[in-house]
Design a protein around this ligand. Structure first.
Ligand code: SAH
Length: 345
């Protein structure tokens, strides 16, 4: 099998050209085609001679990903089914707001976690995306944003399929490429990684030189409730998660966002509100209340607006910043927790 040219570093490309009696400048040109211009075909590298292109074709392939299907929501949100080079599918969503455009991207094909309220958990984990696939996905969505909205994406959230911190190495190298000037030049301060809470990995992320934003899918600050709705979380106690978040803040000085869905009869009472407030006071944080998007599980019913108001009021009284995330793209199953490759059925 031929090697993917994109697995080579710039230096390795230089050595390749030099050992084939070409100027090292060719490596710079190829590198730019691959990483600045997201070019997926040697034939399109028009500033190379035919011979050079043939040499490359002879030795390498360019693995790439493609948009397989697009669905548009009445609110402007665009959901993409993206086909990876081995035909696996992931979903990525482009969400336009008044003055920004957010790309919601996937880190794994399927997911190994078992959050019962999330459609992706039904797919199980098939494999990790590699770093190039993570980069390409953002690059494709960035181009789509330019085409549809006349501007590049402004923010990236790893809130699509998968648990980003269980694909750590690829996630970080993908993000490095996304934020580097060789790549898309998107500042890491505009990138958010959302995790279900894996303390060891949160600590690792805090130690990275690259400074990202962190969101934790909390949904309950009461251990019993949390393990019921997110069964895998028995492996990571809230206390352990909290310790890792304290470390995160100490190292990065960045406030963590707690993502929080409120369901009827599960976490819509004052006991849960009080626990959340207590939890929030232990480490600098803000709360993002997420509207629940139905995934067809009868156990999960969205809380009524009174309970949501109670949460908001109590958090505000306690000076904890709180926002409510409006749902986008529900009509095409593109909203949070609805990504389950239905588009391909
Ligand atoms: N595994 C990561 C990222 C994917 S989930 C994580 O758990 O954070 C991205 C966000 O969507 C999480 O906050 C998750 O809790 C939320 N979510 C999952 N299912 C949802 C649903 N049905 N409705 C609304 N939000 C949901």
């Amino acid at each position: 099998m031929k090697k993917d040219v994109r697995s080579l570093t710039h230096d390795e490309l230089i050595s390749f050209f030099e050992s084939n009696n070409h100027s090292s400048y060719r490596a710079t040109q190829v590198y730019e085609w691959l990483w600045k211009k997201s070019c997926f075909s040697f034939d399109e590298m028009t500033n190379l001679s035919k011979n050079t292109r043939e040499l490359l074709k002879d030795k390498f392939v360019i693995n790439n990903i493609k948009i397989d299907k697009i669905q548009k929501s009445s609110d402007g949100t665009i959901k993409n089914a993206i086909k990876l080079f081995d035909d696996s599918l992931v979903e990525s969503v482009l969400i336009p707001f008044e003055n920004r455009t957010t790309a919601c991207v996937s880190s794994q094909v399927g997911c190994s976690l078992d959050c019962e309220f999330c459609a992706t958990s039904k797919l199980k984990r098939i494999r990790n995306l590699n770093a190039d696939e993570i980069f390409d996905q953002v690059s494709i969505i960035n181009n789509q944003s330019k085409t549809y909205f006349g501007r590049p994406i402004s923010n990236i959230v790893f809130m699509g399929m998968g648990e980003p911190l269980l694909n750590y190495t690829n996630l970080i190298s993908g993000i490095k490429k996304i934020s580097s000037n060789d790549g898309l030049g998107i500042s890491p301060t505009r990138i958010t990684v959302s995790t279900s809470g894996i303390p060891k990995m949160i600590i690792k992320l805090a130690d990275e030189p690259i400074k990202l934003n962190l969101a934790l899918s909390l949904h309950s600050a009461i251990e019993d409730t949390r393990t019921k709705i997110m069964p895998f979380s028995t492996r990571f106690s809230l206390l352990e998660i909290l310790d890792s978040l304290k470390y995160w803040y100490k190292k990065t000085q960045r406030i963590v966002t707690y993502e929080y869905i409120i369901w009827k009869g599960i976490n819509d009472d004052f006991k849960h509100i009080e626990s959340l407030i207590k939890f929030c006071k232990k480490s600098p944080s803000k709360v993002n209340i997420i509207n629940y998007n139905d995934v067809g599980n009868k156990f999960f019913i969205p809380a009524d607006s009174n309970s949501i108001d109670n949460y908001v009021q109590e958090l505000m009284i306690n000076n904890i910043p709180v926002t409510i995330r409006k749902s986008r793209g529900n009509d095409i199953d593109a909203a949070c927790g609805q990504l389950a490759n239905k588009i391909t059925n």
